[in-house]
Ligand binder design. Sequence first.
Ligand code: SAM
Length: 243
Amino acid sequence: MDIKIYDKLAQKYDLATKIVSFGIEELWRWMFKRGIKKYIKNGMLLDVASATGEMARAMDFDKMYLVEPSSEMVKVIVEKFEKKGYKKKDFEVVFEESPHIKMKKGEKEVVIIQNTAENVKLPEKVDLITAFMALRNFDDLQKGIKNLDSNLKNGGIFAIVEMVKSDSLFAKFILWYMNNIVPLIAGIFTGMKQEYKLLGKSIDSLKEEDILKNFKNYKIIKKQKLIFPIATMIIMRKDGENS
Ligand SMILES: C[S@@+](CC[C@H](N)C(=O)[O-])C[C@H]1O[C@@H](n2cnc3c(N)ncnc32)[C@H](O)[C@@H]1O
């Protein structure tokens, strides 16, 4: 995905998303969090394709790594955690040459890393990976998942919400809405009609089986369509090393 689009969108992303999804994306995020917390309540989290950091903020784990390639999105994430009382600890260029910003609030720590799913390497393995509307943005899905997997502990959880290809009439309508109406509405609020057209196109490109074939070393512990049934939540437990 072209990161420049997300750079341009960063400051308006939350508002534009609320408007074009009629708040549904927030409901999905809430359902996702509730679904995950049945299996894991706290620990170390890697949230990938964090955008403005809403998923990590909702999870509120004691230690969180947020991985986001857009520098403008990273700025928004930092501002939001500052508003939550987190203070910047330091800024260094480490972790295999990807810039990261550490922030702390009491015992809680967030590390915001400007990098991609395909390339990020953490200094430790995490208990949970969250990918909320993230996978379809990866440049190389297979490489991205394989690399994320290498940052997850054995027995750890990989949780996904994604809009995937579907033949249902309703899904087709939503796709039409994303391709034709969203660019118009979002264009008014952000001045980025063409960019929203591109974002709409990427939704049609992912099939559920194309996602799952990259998770051979995982057991699905929960799979559920979210309302409306155009997004799927998949929660999996890692059961051995990736082959
Ligand atoms: C639809 S947003 C994700 C929504 C976000 N997870 C949330 O909770 O609001 C997609 C994000 O993916 C990021 N992205 C694009 N290419 C990526 C890649 N290769 N690896 C990780 N993130 C990527 C974009 O910069 C953008 O912020």
